[in-house]
Design a protein around this ligand. Sequence first.
Ligand SMILES: *Cc1c(COP(=O)(O)O)cnc(C)c1O
Length: 371
Amino acid sequence: MSALSQLALPHIPALAAYTPGLQPTEDGWVKLNTNESPYPPSPRVAEAVARAMGKDGASLRLYPPPTSAALRERVASVNGHGLRAENVIIGNGSDDLLNLVARVFCGGKSPLGFTMPSYSLYPVLVAIQDGAAEVIEFGRDMKLPVEKIAASKAKAFVLTSPNAPTGVAFPNTELERVLQSFGGLLVVDEAYAPFAGENAVPLLAKYPRLLVTRTLSKAHALAGIRVGYALGHPEIIALLDRVRDSYNVSALSQVAAIAALGDGAYYAGTIAKTKATRDAALAHYTRLGWFTYPSQTNFIFTEPRDARGETGPAVARSLYEFFLTQKILVRHFAGHPLTAGFLRISVGTDADMAAVNNAIASWHTTNAPRP
Ligand SMILES: *Cc1c(COP(=O)(O)O)cnc(C)c1O
């Protein structure tokens, strides 16, 4: 380690930083690796941003509204269930909010709980806090380990529902069993809720120890503006607010998010298209004989089978690499035994998914046993 790195707190040079999905800069890729929307955001977004800029960008001289007050009102009203602005905090993406959760609840002797496999940011947030993780492993059936979470001594436990990278959703009846038995704060990361049949928002009124996080990066096609929000009891929101950067969300991002959340009809259309494309792709992989988890998200987690009928980490790797030669980007999570034999494929347009299906057919031809 160089002398400069030795100046840092010792846990910083030692930690494994988050690895984002590749973001190629040249055109021509079928990009199905980070669950972005294949459709543009509501046309109201660009109009609102242009208007908010003012002539020659004059409005940009000013700092943004520090607590995103107007956006919090909009978030509360679109989510209904009696929510008010005091139940809402806005983040620079939902990653920002998860970071606030770690700052408030994880460190010293206070571990952060989460399940595995899940969103790979959680262990990184723990490492930044120099904290401890309490990890509960899923089985291959991906059923929610309710009793194990209930027995957890963590002050906060993060659960992704629907889960990533599997796509499997946990019903509210199961979440309620956790909420009734676990003594800490249950954080349900609902990045993919708009694609799911159910969400935990209706439970907020009954369970003060529930926090729900959402993002505009996926269903709202706004990954570039970095806006997420959390819904919860005002006392929990106030704790998170204490450690938030004062101007954590840019002025244009706030305006864009308000416009997007005001156009539910537009997003109902793009979400319905994505779900239809997802279900068709899932049916295709199942017909190929590939084990595929039921998805309530905008991605599919499937276990490829090569032309010899083999599965496993080397087969998944081989298809991942074949896809790259076809300029198709997906995600391979090689680091966990329950994910290493699978690929996660974001749901694109019907044309994107046809390109994937054609590539799979060519891959099968290239590795078919010789007659
Ligand atoms: C994409 C994703 C996020 C991050 O959302 P941002 O708002 O873009 O930071 C959070 N949690 C899960 C599970 C995700 O897949």
